[in-house]
Ligand binder design. Structure first.
Ligand code: B12
Ligand code: SF4
Length: 493
């Protein structure tokens, strides 16, 4: 019998344009899976700090009140410093309660998360099977299980390390239940910034309908094994129907890594929605594989309710595409952006600026692609080499790059340039990209014409963008340059 407090921390820069949060599907999936494998044995409480902020004293108060037998925390890398702070406090106040951490931070940084000694256990990779087996072990009074538990690592009291490989056991997609939606306060997420910037529905939910991606982009963190494992189209639509019926959801964000890898499943998904006459809105804010679409599929998606779709282009330079192992067909994606726009969808593009060895000419190629495309919106991200990615390894040795702790949460202002232009010039490219892209009168016209919700929102969005371009970005730049200078030795300056 376990009494589990599940926590989703918030990263330290959770404000302004960075106030985006989606329901914590990882924790919700762990709880739903454990409920099936260990019926009636556990009670769960999910506390998401992004929805209900708490001071450390209040966190301690919650633990005192709920009296968990286990604290389970889920974090991405940029939430790492908050995770450590929490664990430090919990360990001091409640030394008898075990703490386990999982999620992308742990999958990327592994044993480093155990180093501080505040977190007793980590679980790398997909968590459902390992977490349930860990609960079984705790029930049996076995706090330091020696038998293999997928992804689990910990130190025994004598400091010997027990480490199991990640993704030793991954569940079949048929065995993954609908996440435990009853454990989150869905209304709490509606007021925060959304992954789909144009969504204005009163109730939205997120869906993760497949795991694994066979591609090998160097900047990507692979939490799931490479083999693509999709849920059946009917299972996905069952979940949508459930959310519509039980929670009044009218809009869905599908946030898969690569939803459309299986063309036939994507088609079947659209037909299933229409067959069941489900009148919902759907967006793909995390992007689709833009060169694996065609007019037929785009038309089907639009008629099934898809109103917004993001295309992850990243770079329009063929050399950079090869270097980053994305290998997207640039002509195909340009064509599909135009078709999606014609089919009535609002289209967003993702671009990354500053890959190792990237030249001014190649940066211009990317900007030109964006400016001349039919996209309605675009993000121009700075390339950040996160620990655990192939990109971090590639970045070593470029412009004195040393692996830096990126767990402080500021993922917009990376003060180093890996490209063949300086960090300052790279930032100028970024600001210029946003500016020229969004302040193009033809684009403004298209945005106003095709905006999927109340057009008055557009004005607010332009204010937010201007705030980012003219206040947040310069302030962030100044701060990060000052920090870098302070950190560097006199010789390096
Ligand atoms: C939704 C999402 C977001 C949301 C919310 C992020 C957040 N703070 O949680 C938003 C839009 C804000 C976002 C932003 C960013 N994101 Co994001 N995002 C995702 C996305 C698309 C889906 C997450 C999800 O629901 N997955 C489905 C669930 C089922 O998987 P899961 O959460 O990983 O959980 C499983 C395991 O990890 C494990 N597990 C998880 N928690 C726990 C806890 C315990 C105790 C245990 C035992 C196990 C466990 O078990 C779960 C079930 O198998 C993922 C892509 C992906 N493949 O997951 C990227 C991903 C998480 N994002 C990523 C990145 C890099 C970012 C950005 C930095 C990008 C940027 N430069 O702007 C920002 C970060 C800013 C921020 N505010 O957090 C990386 C994270 C890498 C890392 N090391 O942290 C990912 C993995 C994408 C990728 N493939 O590279 N993102
Ligand atoms: S396509 Fe997406 S999920 Fe697949 S490797 Fe590239 S970034 Fe990662």
């Amino acid at each position: 019998m376990a009494h589990i407090l599940m926590i989703k921390p918030k990263h330290p820069h959770f404000r302004g344009m960075n106030r985006t949060a989606t329901p914590p599907l990882g924790l919700m999936s762990l709880a739903a899976f454990a409920r099936i494998r260990r019926p009636g044995k556990d009670t769960f409480l999910i506390a998401d700090e992004r929805v209900h902020p708490r001071s450390m004293d209040q966190w301690s108060g919650l633990v005192r009140e709920f009296e968990p037998t286990l604290i389970a925390i889920s974090a991405v890398t940029v939430e790492g410093s908050r995770l450590e702070k929490m664990a430090l406090r919990f360990k001091a106040d409640f030394p008898h309660i075990p703490i386990i951490a999982g999620g992308p931070l742990v999958s990327a940084s592994g044993l480093r998360v155990l180093e501080s000694g505040h977190i007793g256990y980590i679980l790398q990779g997909e968590g459902e099977v390992g977490f349930t087996e860990f609960l079984d072990a705790l029930d049996n009074g076995d706090r330091f299980p020696e038998h293999p538990i997928s992804g689990l690592a910990f130190k025994k009291p004598d400091q010997t390390l027990v480490e199991n490989p990640m993704n030793l056991h991954v569940p079949d997609m048929e065995d993954i239940p609908i996440p435990a939606w009853d454990l989150v306060d869905l209304s709490g997420y509606q007021g925060l910034s959304r992954f789909t910037p144009t969504d204005a529905s009163t109730r939205y939910a997120v869906l993760f309908t497949s795991r694994g991606c066979p591609y090998g982009c160097v900047y990507c963190h692979r939490i799931f094994p490479k083999k693509f494992r999709p849920m059946k189209a009917s299972r996905v639509v069952d979940e949508m129907e459930y959310l519509v019926r039980e929670y009044g959801v009218s809009s869905f964000e599908i946030i898969d890594d690569i939803f459309n890898l299986d063309y036939n499943r994507a088609m079947e998904f659209c037909r299933e929605i229409k067959k069941r006459n489900l009148k919902v809105k759907i967006s793909f804010p995390n992007g689709v594989r833009g060169d694996l679409l065609d007019r037929d599929l785009l038309r089907e998606l639009a008629s099934a309710g898809v109103y917004q779709i993001a295309f992850a282009v990243e770079s329009a330079s063929p050399r950079i595409q090869k270097l980053i192992k994305k290998g997207i067909d640039l002509e195909r994606i340009r064509e599909n952006i135009a078709i999606a726009t014609e089919e009535g969808m609002f289209t967003w593009g993702f671009f990354m600026l500053g890959f190792p060895t990237e030249t001014r000419k190649e940066l211009m190629q990317t900007l030109k692609f964006a400016f001349t495309s039919k996209l309605h919106g675009a993000y121009f991200f700075s390339v950040v080499p996160y620990e655990g990615t192939e990109l971090a390894a590639m970045a070593m040795g470029h412009n004195n790059f040393q692996p830096r702790d990126l767990r402080d949460g500021d993922y917009h202002h990376f003060p180093k340039s890996l490209a063949n232009v300086s960090a300052r010039e790279l930032s100028l490219f970024q600001v210029m990209a946003f500016f020229i892209f969004f302040f193009d009168p033809r684009r403004i016209y298209r945005i106003l014409r095709d905006y999927p919700h109340d057009r008055r929102q557009v004005i607010r969005k332009f204010f937010t963008l201007s705030h980012f371009l003219f206040i947040e970005k310069p302030a962030g730049l100044l701060k990060s340059f000052a920090q870098t200078l302070a950190r560097l030795g006199p010789g390096e300056k």
